[in-house]
Design a protein around this ligand. Structure first.
Ligand SMILES: [Zn+2]
Length: 508
């Protein structure tokens, strides 16, 4: 179960009061000590964060098949090695045979749904290694399920390359490298997703979904980097870039077993789209799969390790890593990463968590862009006249861009120390409102709701810093050489809302 339960000793809570938005606040306030022990669960908006179950998604979950996943993984292992530098010409051995087989499976899925998938290769020859002395054709295999809005894409990847990197074999093109867990498991999961999504959504969802088997993860995320950059360069809006990596082991080196929970890694900062995606997947798991626990980890990845979600995070997209709860280093990057130690029922459960996340994201409008808060310098009446008291940081104008396909919006509130959202305020179909709260001490956020009730991830207010494009070296040097004063930006007057009537209250 979720880890948001706190043991509070000798503290009582007054649990509710009413805001000017007319909504009940459920964050407890401390009123004084009493001699009792209280267990307080973040009752909040519920552990499901106000998300609603979609019967079509529930039906899809039942079709995810551990036996089919096992067959996929065993076929991947049968290619001997899938090292990125291995044979590309053989039809039975090496990474070339592996990718052609993956492509053929995607094609079969597409035939089964009347041609609903667009199956393609994407890649280029890349140099790799510290001395750039290795070269390989880094080829990703893609199955696109086009949405009604083809400009927005949800991406989920598994890396189909393998290695015996722990034996110094990062570039070993010939030795056996089964990679049954790393990452035959993740590749099998995303291939299973392509199969069941094609079957259940032959006409697609609101946004497009890309199921991608990517290469050269083990040498430095090359396949994922090229795909993420290509999607940005081609003008797609990436709603999420997620990866399944190492999702099939349930037993540690010392025999500890856990087959009932998994981890998701969601990068800093706390108001980033990745963190919001983590909260979303966590809540969806509670909604659809409460017996299979998602353990959220609020960092980019495991300490000192990485994965194929990182290129998306670096580009400012929402990124997420799905991975097993317990790793076994005796069976990673070694010839012992074999099928006998992979649990296909467990992979199926990970794939179900993937499925609810992908289908929910692709069913919903995109998260509102440019969500912002502006401090109202003084509280004002309905005619725009300042009232007698200054706002003191308790009056804000919130605004965001309309989200394509949204029929209404919801405002969410949480304490800065809360792992997830605690309050929801329905807003109607508006893109600005006045919030009367001490927002300096909280996070707000807005999400878009579609006609079916599908909800986007939350756009945090204020949002995280935008990723900065690399500064051209020439212009930086030129400015330094000229000694010119830096360009000044006009300063924004404090409380710029003062002369205009404030928008209606949020939730009024
Ligand atoms: Zn891996």
């Amino acid at each position: 179960m979720r880890v948001v339960r706190y043991e509070i000793i000798a503290i009582a809570f007054a649990s509710a009061f009413v805001t000017s938005c007319g909504s009940r606040v459920i964050v407890p306030t401390r009123t004084g000590p009493v001699a009792t022990t209280t267990t307080y669960a973040l009752e909040s908006v519920g552990e499901t964060m106000g998300l609603q179950r979609d019967p079509a998604i529930s039906a899809l979950l039942a079709d995810i098949d551990p036996a089919h996943i096992g067959h996929t993984d065993s076929t991947l292992v049968s290619f001997g090695t899938r090292n990125t530098l291995s044979d590309t010409l053989s039809s039975t051995h090496g990474i070339g045979a592996a990718r052609r087989w993956i492509h053929s499976q995607f094609e079969q899925d597409s035939r089964d749904c009347g041609g609903c998938l667009r199956v393609s290769y994407y890649g280029e020859v890349q140099k790799m290694g510290r001395a750039q002395d290795h070269e390989a054709n880094v080829v990703d295999v893609l199955a696109w399920l086009p949405g009604r809005d083809t400009t927005h894409v949800v991406v989920i990847t598994g890396h189909y390359d393998s290695c015996i990197c722990s034996l110094g074999g990062t570039y070993d093109s010939v030795s056996t490298a089964p990679g049954a867990d790393d990452d035959g498991s993740g590749t099998s999961a995303i291939m299973e997703l392509a199969r069941v999504f094609a079957k259940h959504y032959p006409h697609g969802l609101q946004s497009s979904v890309i199921f991608a088997a990517v290469a050269a993860e083990e040498q430095g995320l090359y396949g994922s980097k090229e795909l993420a950059q290509h999607l940005h360069d081609a003008g797609y809006t990436v709603i999420a870039g997620m990866t399944d990596d190492i999702v099939g082991n349930v037993t540690t080196e010392n025999g500890t077993t856990d087959s009932t929970s998994m981890r998701i890694y969601a990068a800093d900062p706390d108001n980033s789209p990745s963190r919001e995606l983590g909260r979303y997947a966590w809540a969806l798991d509670e909604l659809y799969l409460p017996a299979f626990t998602v353990l959220p980890v609020w960092r980019l990845d495991r300490i000192g390790r990485g994965g194929d979600h990182e290129p998306y995070v670096e580009l400012g997209d929402a990124g997420l890593r799905f991975t097993e709860r317990l790793e076994n280093y005796n069976r990673q990057h070694l010839p012992t990463d074999d099928l006998a130690h992979v649990n296909f029922g467990y992979i199926a459960n990970v794939a179900r968590v993937n499925a609810i996340t992908v289908a929910s994201l692709a069913s919903a409008p995109p998260a509102p862009a440019e969500a912002r808060a502006f401090r109202q310098s003084r509280a004002m009446d309905a005619n725009g006249k300042p009232t007698a008291s200054a706002s003191g940081g308790q009056a804000w104008t919130l605004s965001w861009q309309p989200s394509p396909g949204a029929t209404n919006y919801e405002l969410l509130i949480r304490q800065t120390t809360s792992p997830t959202w605690e309050q929801i305020i329905p807003l109607g179909n508006v893109t600005t409102c006045s919030l009367h709260r001490q927002l300096d001490d909280e996070w707000a956020g807005v999400r878009a709701v579609g006609p079916s009730g599908a909800r986007s991830i939350v756009s945090s207010i204020p949002g995280p810093p935008r990723p900065r494009p690399a500064r051209p070296a020439a212009s930086a040097a030129g400015a330094a050489a000229s000694g010119a004063a830096p360009a000044e930006r006009p300063s924004r007057p404090f409380g710029g809302q003062q002369r205009q009537p404030p928008p209606p209250n949020c939730g009024a």
